[in-house]
Design a protein around this ligand. Sequence first.
Ligand SMILES: Cc1cc2nc3c(=O)[nH]c(=O)nc-3n(C[C@H](O)[C@H](O)[C@H](O)COP(=O)(O)O)c2cc1C
Length: 397
Amino acid sequence: MKQARPKRILLGITGGIAAYKSAELVRQLIRQGHEVQVAMTEASCHFITPTTLQALSKRPVLLSQWDDSEHGMAHIQRGREADLIVIAPATADFIAKLAHGLADDALSTLCLARNCPLLIAPAMNREMWSHPATQRNLAQLRNDGVQILGPAEGDQACGETGMGRMLEAVELAQEIHARLQPDILQGVRILLTAGPTYEAIDAVRGITNRSSGKMGYAIAQAARELGAGVTLVSGPVALTPPSGVNTINTTSANEMFEAVKQKVGQCDIFIGVAAVADYRVAQPSEHKLKKSDETLTLELLPNPDILAHVAALPNAPFCVGFAAESQHLAEYAEKKRLQKNLPLLVGNLAQSAIGSDENELILFDDAGQYPLPRADKLTLARELMRQIAHRFRERKT
Ligand SMILES: Cc1cc2nc3c(=O)[nH]c(=O)nc-3n(C[C@H](O)[C@H](O)[C@H](O)COP(=O)(O)O)c2cc1C
C-alpha cells in the first residue's frame, strides 16, 4: 500500500515569553511524524534562539524574506509548501497584523500569501488579551476562517493570573495532529442539526431547553477535519460555527424541519444532534401576554419528528440519532433506534451532557453497545466521526 507522505507544518514563532514552549511543540510534532519548517519574527529571537529550533526541526529557520537563497519567491513558496500554518505563540501584535492583512516581514507575508489553513495559539498578558482591540482583531480572524487554539487561564509570566496563557505543547500538538488527519470523508456530504429549538409563547417568551449546541458544533468541526462537506442546521446558540461549515440558523422546530427538508436530498449522512422541542404552543400570541390573576393554560401541539422523517425517506441517507435520557439510557436509546430504524444511535445521559464541556457516549448499533469514555466534547466528536465514517463505508460496500 502507498504510504501517505508526512504532513508539512510551517510553525511561526512570534515575540512572547511562551516562545520557549515552541521548542517542545516542534519535538512533539516531529514525533508524530510531521515535517516542521520554523519561521521566526525578529522579536521572537529575543526569547528563544533560531539555533535551538533549527536543531530540533533539522532545517534552517526562516528569519527574513531577504535572505532565503533556496527560494526565488520565499514569501510565497514557503507557505505554499505547507499543509498547515501554525503561529505559536501568537502575540497581540502579530494577531493585529494578521487581522489587518499586513505583510512587513517573512512570517506575516507567508500568512497572507498562504493557500492552506491557519491556526494561531495566542499568548499574552490578560489585559492585552481582554483589550477591545485584541478581541476585535480575533473576531476578524475567526470571520476570515482562522482557527484559534486557546488561550488558557492561569498564572502568567508577568506575575498576574488570568486569561492569556498559551496552551501547553502537548495540547497544541494534539489539536494540530487532529487537523491533519487523512480526508477519509472527502466527497461525503453531511447534514446535521445542533442546539435547542425555541417555541414562542408570545412576542418575548418561549419554551426551550438547556442544550448548548456544543456537541453538535464539535461534530461539525470533526466532520470537516475528515474532509466532509458539512451543512449545519443550528438552533439558537451562542457559538461560532466551525470554519468551512455551511451554517443555517433556525429558531423553532418547524423552521429546523423546513431547512432539513430543503437540504436532505443532497446529503449522504444525516446526524440529528439537536434537542428538538417535542411540543410547540398551538397559538403563540403576536403580542406580549399581559399578566393577570387568572390561571393560564397553554395548549401544546406535537412537533414534527425530524429524524424519523429523514430515516423514513425512500433514499434515506445514513442516519445517526442522538438520545439524551435522564434514566434507563440503554433501554430507551435502543428502543428509539429500533423504532426509527437507525443504523446508529448515540446515547448520552442528559444530566451530564447538556450544557457541559464534557460528555460520555454509548453507541448503539446492530452489533451491540460501544462506550466512548468521558472526555471533552471535541475529543468525543472526533472519535464518533471516525466510527460513523467506518460504518458508513461498510454499509456502502
Ligand atoms: C519581556 C517581554 C515579554 C513579552 N511577552 C509578550 C507576550 O507574551 N505576548 C505578546 O503579545 N507580547 C509580548 N511582548 C511584546 C512583544 O514582544 C512585542 O509586541 C513585539 O513587537 C512582538 O513582535 P512580533 O509580533 O513581530 O513577534 C513582550 C515583550 C517583552 C519585552
